[in-house]
Write a protein that binds this ligand. Structure first.
Ligand code: TNX
Length: 538
């Protein structure tokens, strides 16, 4: 195992060296054969390994491919391949100014093809040479992820929405790539501050570029209920009518929500909806007096304290309510998972918490979904197949970590979201204008430089399903805020989730990360210029 890893490491480095050499030879050759017309920009293609997340294996060599006005996007004659082809065309057309027809006919060009192979559900192979670029995968998800790699192999200007000079070269060689984990998530808290469908779509597009495949939406909390539930309409109309700081809040109609799910699925992300229970429920308790043990509805809440609210565990109506909510939400959810929260239930006794989870988890199964909960769920009895999302930190007590480990040994899958590593709402430094610091300051290196595979003592590595980066929004109010906190850290989380452990290397990563800056600029993403990263100077 160990030896294999080291060897693979050495091979990767070897490939990288070979590539650099070939790159320089290529440049020299191009200079020698110049026709006199000055190229619009330096015609050296992006090295094949300058991609985030770094591919599992890179074998550079041969001539680059050049996208021209005659390039076609060739697809197998299937709806799903065509859909990925159209997506690629939609990325490339504005900046290249080329027609790039998506067609099942012809030869050469950019080809997307489905074939059996060692790709898994999400992996792909990319072959690039003088005649064309071919992306091969077992399914559309693999083709889509291959397209994201192709995007990053093109100059950053390809991301712009007006015609750019090019040239549009893709380095020659082969990439074989398949993810380390099946769960590579990002969470967005739309409760503390509400974000519109368009804002969520913008984030989805950014996540897709880094091969993130789960969008976890935190749809309810003390400050706001954000999803229309027909059988309990006041949850949204009243419970959704404010947010942190007292703004107007908002909620998704079922049509809005379906549109988010549809858009996410067009970018190969599965939406994981969360209704946080039994704590974090003030918005629901304020909307329906009968959900309170004393029958009195509290006022709406616009502050940022946690742990003061609880559903009434002893009342039957609580479970009618939860049944209705889960039924309606499950019906809106094509994905496998439904997240029931379960964190910081400080106003629920342990006994009640266990009782509540014992009654609620079967309701998730009843509507065909699999339970996800914050890791406090491991203090109750996680349902068969449930996943626990770990959000502890270095300072989390050994007992709590042991409880998670024990659940993992008993079959509970673990999604890692350590707060002092990948909470995207933590400040980078004491000077970061947004964010919180209860889990500490999280600079870019800290968020990247850990291994999900051996992070939690006693958790078998097979129990680790992946990683997820939460964005809590107590201090986050607009897309620019989301982006400033997510970039660059999100890219590192994506790499932890996708790339083999053997490629993990801060020194190499920070160079690849720096190369993303131009792309973010072209996409209008305002990111944090961490001094830890060697950003190109303007
Ligand atoms: C803890 S993490 C919370 C959230 C807060 C967040 C702020 C978790 C499961 N609960 O309620 O928004 O910290 O960083």
């Amino acid at each position: 195992m160990r030896v294999g890893r080291v060897r693979q490491d050495r091979q990767v480095r070897q490939h990288h060296r070979t590539f650099r050499l070939l790159g320089s030879l290529l440049l020299a050759a191009m200079g020698a054969s110049a026709t006199g017309a000055a190229p619009a920009q330096a015609a050296s293609p992006v090295p094949l390994d300058r991609v985030v997340p770094v591919p599992a294996s890179v074998d550079p060599g041969g001539s680059p491919y050049r996208i021209t006005r005659d390039t076609r996007i060739r697809v197998d004659d299937s709806r799903e391949t065509r859909r990925v082809g159209e997506y690629l065309a939609h990325i490339l057309r504005p900046s290249t100014g080329y027609r790039l027809p998506v067609t099942a006919h012809g030869a050469g060009g950019i080809r997307l093809r489905l074939a059996k192979g060692p790709f898994g559900v999400e992996g792909y192979r990319l072959d690039s040479g003088r005649k064309g670029v071919t992306i091969t995968a077992a399914g559309a998800a693999g083709l889509f992820h291959g397209v994201q790699t192709l995007r990053q192999l093109l100059p950053a200007a390809v991301e712009k929405d007006s015609v750019q000079p090019g040239p549009w070269l893709v380095a020659g060689g082969t990439i074989q790539d398949t993810p380390r984990y099946g769960w590579r998530g990002a969470m967005l808290d739309v409760s503390r501050h509400f974000f519109t469908v368009d804002q969520v779509k913008r984030y989805i597009d950014q996540l897709a570029l880094y091969k993130i495949n789960k969008l976890h939406l935190h749809l309810s909390d003390d400050q706001g209920w954000r999803i229309a539930i027909d059988s309990w309409p006041r949850l949204a109309t009243y419970g959704g009518s404010t947010q942190v700081g007292g703004g107007p809040g908002g909620y998704y109609t079922k049509a809005d929500y379906k549109e988010i799910v549809r858009y996410a699925s067009s970018r190969f992300l599965e939406v994981v909806p969360e209704i946080d229970m039994p704590g974090h429920t003030n918005a629901a308790l304020a909307s329906y007096a009968e959900l309170n043990c004393d029958g009195v509805a509290p006022p709406l809440y616009t502050g940022t304290e946690v742990g003061f609210s609880s559903l009434c565990v002893g009342k039957d109506i609580t479970y009618d309510f939860v049944d209705d909510v889960i039924r309606e939400l499950a019906a809106l959810t094509p994905g496998k998972y439904l997240h029931i929260g379960g964190d910081e239930a400080h106003s629920t006794s342990h006994e009640d918490y266990v009782k509540f989870m014992d009654r609620v988890q079967p309701l998730v199964a009843k509507y065909g979904k699999t339970v996800v909960g914050w890791h406090q769920l491991t203090g109750a009895t996680p349902a068969t197949g449930a996943l626990a999302q770990y959000w502890g930190l270095d300072g989390t007590s050994a007992e709590e970590k042991a409880q998670v480990a024990k659940a993992a040994q008993n079959g509970t899958g673990i999604v890692l979201s350590p707060a002092d590593r990948i909470y995207l709402d933590m400040k980078y430094t004491a000077d970061t204008p947004l964010g919180l610091d209860w889990a500490g300051l999280v600079e870019v290196k800290r968020s990247y430089d850990w291994d999900p595979g051996d992070y939690l003592p006693g958790v078998p590595s097979s129990a680790i399903r992946g990683v997820e980066a939460p964005m809590w929004t107590e201090t986050i109010t607009k897309s620019a805020d989301i982006e400033y906190m997510a970039f660059p850290r999100l890219a590192g989380v994506a790499e932890l989730g996708w790339s083999p452990a053997s490629t993990h290397d801060w020194e190499g990563y920070k160079v690849r990360l720096a190369a993303q800056a131009e792309r973010w600029e072209a996409l209008g993403i305002g990111f944090y210029r961490s001094p830890q990263v060697p950003w190109p100077t303007a």
